[in-house]
Design a protein around this ligand. Structure first.
Ligand SMILES: [Mg+2]
Length: 421
């Protein structure tokens, strides 16, 4: 019999903000998306005030101000670092388990070999260690399949369960599924939920007991798999991450830009981020594409969008080389007289760095570039992101997005290290 656990960090971005500022415990908090546009995370207290997920900030400013809700711009560097610490702790606490990092704040674990333990106590111990070591509260759901573990996790989020819920008992499963609307199940889209309702299937239990062949005929094999998963037959195994085939890095500017130079700096900065990701997954890129565009929502502005592609003689992961190539492409598509809103780079045709083939006619010592990049990555890992960077990335960063309420980068920047008095 298979056993899965789903570990999910509670209100993750909000919980991160509380790690170094305990005074925020119990207070309503929201975290905003890029450019301070929408609400992307809410504390339970903010949820209770009725501030919806994805709500545009300006629309809800009155409730936010009236209730003294703490507002944070998103601090992705910090959240990413805390996420890594949580995931590392998990693999340390459960060394022989297979783990899939499903998102920044969720991981599936395969616990078949731990079945003989009391899994409730086992999970409660993991939960309290993560809370103590990192300061992040989590919920853990346990069941025979991933789909059931997702349901168990939703139950674990409720107050009465103290953060852990072992749902392996079939009778218990059926009781919970009888009250669970089918559209709340993992993997069921809004459209599928509506179609199931018209077929008379309203709860998870009704889907579980439906005829699998009938479901397959009306939907697809994907939906049939959900039926089996609800019955406790595991169809979705732990997904070992395969390296990405393309890497995109792009962002809107904090304000419209007309000059070429700040756009070059922004593009160089996004390029450095993309190349960092590329090296972390052990790949090199054979080609790049860059793009530049005005804001399609400012309809009175003249509109322009263009892109350009470059193929390298030899695959590379050298930030400097990619910045140079990108800069040339940018010059070729940049036109004066527009208010630019966004630019970006896509690294294409990625291959493993180990499969690199030499070039007959180009003399190029890849190891020199690789060593330079290794030194750069090591320094930035050790001393904090941005310790060493390419001059092309610029220093002022006037083009950066609005993030007026960002908390310090406590764990990735020496300057932001919390002070103890
Ligand atoms: Mg979460």
């Amino acid at each position: 019999m298979s056993t899965f656990a789903l570990i999910d960090c509670n209100n993750f971005y909000v919980s991160c903000e509380r790690v170094f500022d305990p005074a925020l415990q119990g207070k309503p908090i929201v975290v905003l998306s890029n450019n301070d546009g929408c609400v992307v995370a809410r504390s339970n207290e903010a949820k209770a005030l009725g501030i919806p997920m994805g709500a545009p900030y300006y629309q809800h400013k009155p409730i936010i101000e009236k209730n003294n809700v703490q507002v944070f711009s998103s601090n992705y560097q910090f959240y990413g670092d805390i996420s890594q610490r949580v995931m590392q702790s998990l693999s340390l606490l459960i060394p022989n388990s297979v783990m899939e990092i499903y998102s920044i704040d969720e991981a599936f674990l395969r616990l078949d070999s731990f079945e003989k333990y009391n899994l409730f106590t086992f999970a409660a111990n993991i939960r309290s260690k993560i809370l103590k070591w990192i300061g992040i509260p989590t919920s853990i759901g346990i069941a025979q399949t991933k789909t059931l573990a997702k349901i168990a996790n939703q139950v674990a989020k409720k107050k009465i369960t103290c953060g852990v819920f072992d749902m392996r008992d079939y009778y218990l499963q059926e009781q919970i599924m009888a009250d669970l609307p089918v559209e709340e199940l993992w993997g069921i889209s809004h459209k599928w939920g509506e179609k199931l309702n018209t077929l008379g299937i309203n709860t998870a239990l009704e889907l579980k007991t439906a005829n699998a062949q009938f479901i397959r005929n009306h939907f697809s094999v994907v939906m049939e798999r959900i039926v089996h998963e609800l019955r406790g037959i595991s169809c979705l195994n732990i997904d070992k991450k395969t390296p990405k085939k393309t890497i995109l890095s792009s962002k809107s500017f904090g304000k419209p830009i007309t000059d070429l130079e700040p756009i070059e700096q922004a593009l160089a900065t996004y390029t450095a981020q993309a190349c960092g990701k590329l090296r972390r997954q052990g790949s090199k890129a054979r080609a790049i594409q860059i793009f530049l565009q005005t804001n399609p929502f400012r309809q009175n502005d003249p509109q322009y969008r263009n892109e350009a592609k470059f193929i390298f003689n030899l695959p590379t992961s050298d930030t400097g080389m990619v910045i140079q190539a990108g800069k040339k492409l940018l010059k070729s598509i940049y036109r004066k007289g527009y208010h630019y809103h966004k630019c970006g780079i896509v690294l294409l045709d990625l291959i493993s760095k180990d499969y690199q083939q030499g070039h007959l006619f180009v003399h190029y010592d890849a190891s020199k570039h690789d060593n330079l990049m290794k030194t750069l990555d090591n320094l930035n890992n050790l001393m904090g992101t941005g310790t060493v960077f390419h001059a092309a990335q610029g220093i002022n960063h006037d083009w950066e997005m609005r993030s007026h309420n960002r908390s310090p980068r406590y764990t990735t920047n020496w300057k932001d290290l919390p002070k103890a008095y």
